[in-house]
Design a protein around this ligand. Structure first.
Ligand code: AVI
Length: 319
């Protein structure tokens, strides 16, 4: 641990100093241009994402929260006696508090790429739950997976928010497989997955009237400016979100408003008028489709909870 406070420990695997430059240069050299959605989440991006979660159009968060509220004790019963709770991509959310109250684990291990956000959120949890050991891990869980906690017993992972939907299905499978390895035989996974639904609900959820999602999308350029000495003018790009039915995903793009050119470190990139940078996919699954993907990744379905409007699902799997 790099710092300790009561039962609080912080492990920093320094995900920010990773290969962001290579990654960004590679993405902007591809055709079509793309950037990884993990670069949304600097401090500003994480704060904007928290705002997205409260938007009237973004049904995802409030639906997952009401499912947790309605079924937390049943979920805890189905999970059984698991004492170490991992959370992948922990935000500053209410969700984990509902689970902590219901599951009462001994140890909570939040994992997140955004350092200050993780530190603030997990310190608050440590203060509010004096009976809980908190081991926060700052990590890019899509890349690095040597957990210092593999030895822990009775593990359960919580992967909320349909964040798995931001991975390509084959990457999602790989990540699920890694999580299964971490959990080990008898481990449990509680995972929130957004469902396929009508375009009239999906598109506004990613293109809200207040423009928060647009700001979130454009912030990826500000993050790159700061981290990699680039000179993007985010106001010269337009936010676009479209539903791709064939691939069952929402796509987010940044469209160049004119022919323009920007540098990232030593590299120069040219953008044609209307040219897109593809910044995110958010895959939506059917309940059966997701259970099939999880089965291929080594899981057995134990239970699933869906709201009355079929918007969102929370699945419980065992390894
Ligand atoms: C984090 N993730 C599940 C969000 C989503 O819905 O795909 C990210 C997001 N992008 C735009 N709005 C929200």
């Amino acid at each position: 641990p790099t710092s300790t406070f009561n039962e609080f420990a912080f492990y920093d695997f320094e995900p920010e100093t990773g290969d962001m430059l290579n990654d960004v240069v590679k993405g902007l050299s591809s055709l079509p241009k793309r950037l990884s959605p993990k670069y949304f989440y600097d401090e500003t991006g994480s704060t904007l994402f928290d705002q997205i979660c409260t938007l009237p159009e973004y049904y995802v968060t409030r639906t997952e929260i009401s499912l947790l509220r309605a079924h937390a004790s049943e979920m805890a019963e189905s999970v059984g006696k698991q004492s170490t709770l991992f959370e992948l991509g922990s935000g500053s959310s209410l969700k984990i508090r509902m689970l902590l109250d219901a599951l009462k684990p001994n140890t909570y291990i939040p994992m997140d790429i955004s350092k200050q956000h993780l530190l603030n959120a997990s310190e608050k949890i440590a203060t509010d739950y004096p009976w809980l050991d908190v081991n926060a891990v700052c990590v890019d869980y899509s890349q690095y997976w040597d957990s210092p906690f593999t030895e822990a017993e009775n593990k359960v992972a919580f992967f909320p928010g349909s964040s798995l939907g931001n991975f390509e299905p084959n990457q999602a499978k790989q990540l699920l497989t890694r999580i299964a390895q971490l959990l080990g035989q008898g481990g449990m996974l509680l995972i929130g997955i957004d469902l396929r639904k009508d375009i009239s609900i999906l598109e506004p959820a990613y293109n809200d009237a207040a423009g928060v999602t647009a700001a979130f999308n454009k912030n990826i350029l500000s993050h790159i400016n700061r981290e990699l000495s680039a000179n993007f003018n985010p106001t010269n790009f337009i936010h676009k979100a479209i539903w791709n039915d064939a691939l069952s995903r929402i796509e987010m793009h940044l469209l160049s408003t004119s022919a323009q050119e920007y540098s990232v470190g030593e590299h120069t990139f040219y953008f044609g008028e209307g040219e897109s940078i593809h910044t995110e996919n958010s895959y939506k699954y059917s309940v059966d489709g997701f259970q099939a993907l999880a089965k291929e990744s080594g899981y057995t379905s134990e239970n699933v909870w869906v709201d009355a409007q079929d918007l969102f699902s929370i699945h419980l799997f065992s390894v």
